[in-house]
Design a protein around this ligand. Structure first.
Ligand SMILES: Cc1cc2nc3c(=O)[nH]c(=O)nc-3n(C[C@H](O)[C@H](O)[C@H](O)COP(=O)(O)OP(=O)(O)OC[C@H]3O[C@@H](n4cnc5c(N)ncnc54)[C@H](O)[C@@H]3O)c2cc1C
Ligand SMILES: NC(=O)c1ccc[n+]([C@@H]2O[C@H](COP(=O)([O-])OP(=O)(O)OC[C@H]3O[C@@H](n4cnc5c(N)ncnc54)[C@H](OP(=O)(O)O)[C@@H]3O)[C@@H](O)[C@H]2O)c1
Length: 532
């Protein structure tokens, strides 16, 4: 009999999990507390309890070629960075294409997931749900937890002396929907993550004055990267990753700083990250330097004190009148339906082997999908996790002994830098390509670049030097997709189809032609010398 798998949440990770279960002949039942799929990507006018919330203007910060499910490219007429409404449309197309909807029970909240009394033998779980006020319960052979980690706001009011006396309005960025509330107001946004920066920039078009307060500073990069290419298609390549990972961290950090400063010098804009030993997720914003240089956004240090109608910043004596404070201070996460003995969250980490399996359970029948911060898109990352998980649930892949898993988890908690490459030492951070490659190795789906360079050099070179698009995770192994090779070789066509909407004639530069001729001559000379 097929194993029954309960999937909690029908966002990006839940949808991938349903599909992976079906592919491996498992029987998934997905419980989604809200009334539709899409999770975070489904914008609603009002914040819903227990589900991540977006503001209307959110556009993805990883591009469509890097953010798709590995066997389902975005429609080619979609923009490279996808507005939330189109992102949701894409997820709906995915669910329809793979017939996932019939496996989802909407308006059904998972209240508890507990081990069955014979868990050590069966590995089974009792899942208690609530649907329109009615409780239900069922036994499952396995559970995949896909509830995301951007729902519970982190609001450290204690760190802001005087906030209780503030007479203006304050709220967490989770509550923010439209910029109209900022019209003619003096606005302070606290926290320079992607939310804070987006909100400050958006407010600056309407507000009287906007301050963006940052304790740590950040690298700000534009989606429009080198020569206009999407940033992640340039940054996330196997070649670049190998190069970065073979250099000592201080050199990589220096090179990174040079790169980041090539758009604008961060120190001159008061933005330069204070702690450069650890990677801080870059802020993707195409407008911020323009808003700063035109005086529409003022970058400020941390807050010393909040008063009735104003704030005082550290290291600046002047009191600034403020009407609205937005706390863009990020999120915490928890699993309220799980007992702490199953997954314990401490200091922003959960004790999960490879960010997925509770390391101490005697049976590997519970997995968390999408609880990771790779420097790359979470969509293919969660999907690859799910591909491995379903094979573990089926018993095809085995986990190492508990002691090995616990050791790995503890080592990660210690956050010791390796000394090479970027330092992914903060909680949940991971090197995107290395992490996915590791999971692909477990399921025999990692592309073998060496043999590919011999058998299909065009593809091999594109994979090595080109963007690490998810299609390369489907070239081989279980779940192999016949369209993968073609999708890789046409990825740039889809990228520029939507930007080159007016056909232009490029006049060839005589200098470039001369350079090409000289290179050819040098190559011929080298060949001649080798065989002489
Ligand atoms: C503004 C913003 C922009 C982002 N842009 C990008 C981007 O460009 N690229 C990228 O890769 N990532 C991006 N992210 C990260 C984002 O988290 C992922 O893209 C993705 O949405 C995560 O999907 P998920 O399925 O893991 O979680 P979610 O999308 O949060 O889905 C979780 C689902 O679980 C349901 N649920 C929760 N608890 C229960 C319960 N007890 N019972 C039943 N159902 C439950 C929720 O209702 C929800 O539908 C962005 C995040 C934000 C905030
Ligand atoms: N367009 C997009 O695609 C988009 C938009 C928004 C969010 N996102 C994603 O959503 C996720 C969450 O982003 P987020 O910006 O909401 O959260 P975040 O990345 O966690 O950033 C929160 C920021 O709050 C500040 N902060 C934290 N604790 C603080 C404290 N005690 N006092 C003062 N400041 C404090 C820090 O900024 P300082 O060091 O500057 O003070 C921190 O960087 C990220 O993965 C992000 O990439 C994407």
């Amino acid at each position: 009999m097929a194993k029954r798998v309960a999937i909690v949440g029908a966002g990006v990770s839940g949808l991938a999990s349903i599909k992976c279960c079906l592919e491996e002949g498992l029987e998934p039942t997905c419980f989604e507390r809200s009334d539709d799929l899409g999770g975070l990507w489904r914008f609603t006018e009002h914040v819903e309890e227990g589900r991540a919330s977006l503001y209307r203007s959110v556009v993805s910060n990883s591009c469509k070629e890097m953010s798709c499910y590995s066997d389902f490219p975005f429609p080619e007429d979609y923009p490279n960075y996808v507005p939330n409404s189109q992102f949701l449309e894409y997820l709906k197309m995915y669910a329809n294409r793979f017939n996932l909807l019939k496996h989802i029970q909407f308006k059904t909240k998972v209240c508890s997931v507990t081990k069955c009394p014979d868990f050590t033998v069966t590995g089974q779980w009792e899942v208690v749900t609530q649907h329109e006020g009615k409780q239900g319960s069922a036994i499952f052979d396995a559970v995949m937890v896909c509830t995301g980690f951007l729902t519970d706001p982190y609001l450290p009011l204690d760190s802001f002396p005087g906030i209780n006396t503030f007479k203006g309005q304050y709220f967490h960025s989770r509550q923010y929907k439209y910029p109209s509330i900022f019209k003619d107001k003096r606005v302070l946004v606290i926290g320079m993550g992607n939310s804070g920066t987006d909100i400050a920039v958006e407010a600056s078009h309407l507000a009287e004055k906007v301050f963006l307060s940052t304790t740590g500073g950040a690298w700000v990069i534009s989606r429009v990267f080198d020569s206009g290419y999407p940033w992640d298609m340039v940054f996330t390549t196997r070649f670049q990753n190998m190069f970065r990972n073979s250099l000592p961290t201080p050199i990589v950090n220096w090179l990174l700083a040079r790169k980041m400063n090539s758009w604008f010098h961060h120190a001159n804009y008061g933005l330069v990250p204070e702690d450069r030993t650890q990677l801080r997720v870059p802020v993707l914003n195409d407008e911020l330097p323009g808003r700063i240089i035109t005086g529409k956004v003022l970058i400020k240090p941390s807050i010393k004190e909040v008063k009735e109608n104003s704030v005082v910043f550290n290291n600046t004596p002047k009191e600034e009148p403020i009407d609205i404070i937005v706390f863009a201070t990020g999120y915490t996460f928890a699993f309220p339906f799980l007992d702490e003995s199953v997954v314990k969250v401490e200091n922003g980490q959960a004790s999960l082997y490879k960010y997925i399996f509770p390391a101490h359970l005697p049976k590997p029948t519970l997995a968390v999908i999408g609880l990771i911060k790779p420097l790359g898109s979470i969509i293919p990352t969660g999907e690859t996790q799910a591909r491995w998980v379903v094979r573990v649930l089926k018993g095809i892949n085995k986990l190492p002994p508990q002691s090995v898993m616990i050791e790995e988890v503890n080592a990660r908690k210690e956050n010791k830098p390796s000394g090479f490459g970027l330092c992914y030492c903060k909680a949940l951070q991971a090197d995107y390509i290395t992490y996915i490659d590791e999971l692909l190795t477990y399921i025999n789906a990692k592309p073998n670049l060496f043999s590919m360079l011999l058998t299909d050099p065009r593809l091999g070179l594109t994979i090595f030097f080109g963007p690490s698009t998810p299609y390369q995770f489907r070239l081989t192994g279980p779940g192999k997709w016949e369209g993968a090779r073609n999708a890789i070789l046409t990825q740039w066509d889809r990228t520029f189809k939507v930007t080159k909407t007016r056909s232009v004639q490029e006049s060839p530069s005589p200098f470039a032609s001369l350079l090409k001729l000289l290179s050819l001559l040098a190559l011929l000379m080298a060949i001649f010398l080798i065989f002489l």
